[in-house]
Every structure is written in C-alpha cells, then in structure tokens.
Design a binder for this molecule. Structure first.
Ligand SMILES: [Fe+2]
Length: 191
C-alpha cells in the first residue's frame, strides 16, 4: 500500500497527486518506515498532517513495523512538538526540516528521538543557504525573485544520528561541521 510510486512528496498531499510520503525500507534485516509530512502554518495547502500521521502510523504498526522515522517539514516548532506529544513511544524518531536553522533541543522522550529542526547543509553565510541578494530585494520591494545558491560561500554540514533498537530510540547525536574544520557534537537529553 505504501510502495505505489518512487516520487517522494509529503504524505498529506491529496491522494490524486503522484507519489507517496511513506516508504518502508530494509535496513540491517529489519523494516524501517520513513514518513514525510508537511505542516500547515505558512506552508502550501495540504491535508491535515496530524490526522494523516494518525492513520499512517496505525497502518504501519498493524503491519508489525516498529521502526518508524518521521520528517515533519514545517515552519512552526509548535506543530513539530505537537507531533511528538501525540506519537511519542509509538514512533522511533521525529525530526523537523524546512527552517534551515538547526535547533538545540535534541532529546529522547518516551523512547522517541526528537529534534525540532536539523538545519541546513550548504551555505551558512547568506540567507537560508541562498544568495542574500534576492531575499533582501524581496524584503525591500515585495517583488518575487529566483533564489540562487551563491557561487562561493562558507559552508556547514548538519546531521542527526539516532541509535534505534527494536523501534526504540536509545541514543542520539547532532553533528554540526563547518568548512574550516570546526565540529560540534551534542548528545540527546533523556526524560
Ligand atoms: Fe521547505
């Protein structure tokens, strides 16, 4: 039911839009479901991500899949935290994406790893990784423009690692590495 198309898009898009936002992969002999959802605040109009998550997680658990990873692509941290409060202990990890700014709240709550936003991998000295000229012109004039990646920039790599056993997140690390070699590693706190 989840493997119809290879095209990836948020799972809460209308059903007639091609693709899927949920795929089940084999990793180290176990099944891992990856679910991508899009939030509501300041985002394009899509179906309710919380209802979509409720139905999809129930279907995955019905299939006996314990390892479930959610990417919540959303502007508002409240929507991301809401998802954690709804599904902690039912899924392995929930991470936010979209803001391009890595957050400082990596934690494990009731065996679910959580981070509000991983942050961008790309240019760190412009605006959300894009050449600052276009966004500044937009802020000054209200006119749209095409975002472009700068030809030269100072870069950052950001990633998060979850240690998942039998569906439960047991440890997690956030890694931030700058182009000049500086590296910052944070370990998740546990509640
Ligand atoms: Fe986005």
């Amino acid at each position: 039911m989840f493997d119809k198309f290879e095209l990836l898009r948020p799972h809460n898009y209308p059903a007639e839009v091609s693709g899927t936002g949920c795929k089940v992969y084999e990793v180290a002999g176990e099944k891992l479901a990856v679910l991508n959802l899009m939030g509501h605040y300041a985002m394009p109009m899509v179906g309710n991500p919380f209802r979509c998550a409720t139905e999809t997680i129930a279907a995955l658990r019905e299939e006996g899949i314990k390892n479930i990873f959610i990417d919540m692509h959303a502007e508002a941290t409240s929507e991301k935290r809401g998802l954690l409060m709804m599904f902690k202990s039912q899924v392995s990890a929930i991470v936010g994406t979209h803001t391009h700014v890595g957050t400082d709240d990596l934690q494990i709550d009731a065996n679910t790893g959580y981070l509000s936003d991983i942050g961008l991998t790309g240019c760190r000295d412009n605006v959300i990784g894009m050449d600052a000229k276009t966004p500044i012109r937009r802020f000054m004039t209200g006119l749209p423009g095409r975002f472009e990646v700068p030809e030269k920039c100072r870069s950052i790599l950001q990633m998060v690692i979850f240690d998942i056993t039998d569906g439960r997140c047991e440890n997690a690390f956030k890694i931030k590495r700058f182009d000049d070699g500086r590296e910052f590693v944070t370990q998740a706190w546990m509640d």
